[in-house]
Design a protein around this ligand. Sequence first.
Ligand code: GLN
Length: 374
Amino acid sequence: MPAGLHPRTHLSKESIFSRMSRLAQQFGAVNLGQGFPSNPPPAFLLEAARRAIGVVDQYTPPIGLPRLREALAEDLQVAPENVVVTAGATEALHALAEALYGPGDEVVMFEPYFDVYIPQARLAGATPVLVPMRLEDRWQVDLSALEAAITPRTKAILLNSPYNPTGSIFSHEDLERIVALARQHDLWIVSDEVYDELYFEEAPTPLRQLAPERTFTVGSAGKRLEATGYRVGWIVTPPALAPLVAGMRQWSSFCSAAPLQAAVAEALPVARREGFYSALRSSYRSRRDLLARGLEGMGIQVFLPQGTYFLTAKFPGIEAETLVREARVAIIPGAAFYADHPAPEGLFRLAFCKKPDEIELALERLERYISVKR
Ligand code: GLN
């Protein structure tokens, strides 16, 4: 490491998602690694964004463009004064880490975990405590292990539902038990719900409905509206805390891109009114099934997701970086989501937010590669 930088720059390592996208480009691979859609965002969002440039061009308040806070409040059925707009969900989670915990505190989360959770906890000086999910014929949450992980130093429980990478959705009963634990130990709950509209069975329960006094909900226009590069995310806070959280993010990005906030404000009610999310769900369901059936046809064990656009599967004897070079298919190794425990043998995450012909091409390439290897 070059002299002069703080030792915390060991966290500056390229993320697995960026790395696999870079390798995918380099080797002409189909990218089922990083979760970004290959479809363009809906026309109603693109048109709203084009209209906003030249009109809404200067800073917004750090707490967000008022009309976007209103639109979010309407969509999420919450009070506008409890909404903070952020530069993507990543900044939302970072602002919450800064606002909620610090040195000496512990943050309990599940493993496998989405990659930003651990570095963000560490940057805030806190210690991440990982509770392993069990993988048998499906992903299972172990709530007694969660309870056992809580200590007098625990400050918050960090949850993700629908869950990246497992695709699982916490049941209403699981959430009630988690809320009971949080109340008993007086903990904050950070509920990463960026895939809230991406479910294939029952709609997930928003955690804030069960514990509005202690839940911070994180959401994402990038995920909902297929525009991950717009960097418009949000937080719904417990009452009276939004100005404090917004006050923390004023020291990083200050505000999210103003015209894109305006565009999302316009697009959210259109998406709801025109059934955009249910169309998205059925399109993702058929792509999920296309990928799952193709993999199962090759004898690969698939863990069908209940939500998100990710699927986990077991490919014993495969190595992600060899695969991207030799088969020209990029997928994410399960180990990327594990820090404390070994990843299940042969586990990978595949993104199906890609066009059906890309999924088909990836399946053809995988099949050829696997049959040669066997
Ligand atoms: N959320 C996306 C994924 O899991 C992308 C993450 C990222 O690159 N920041 O693939």
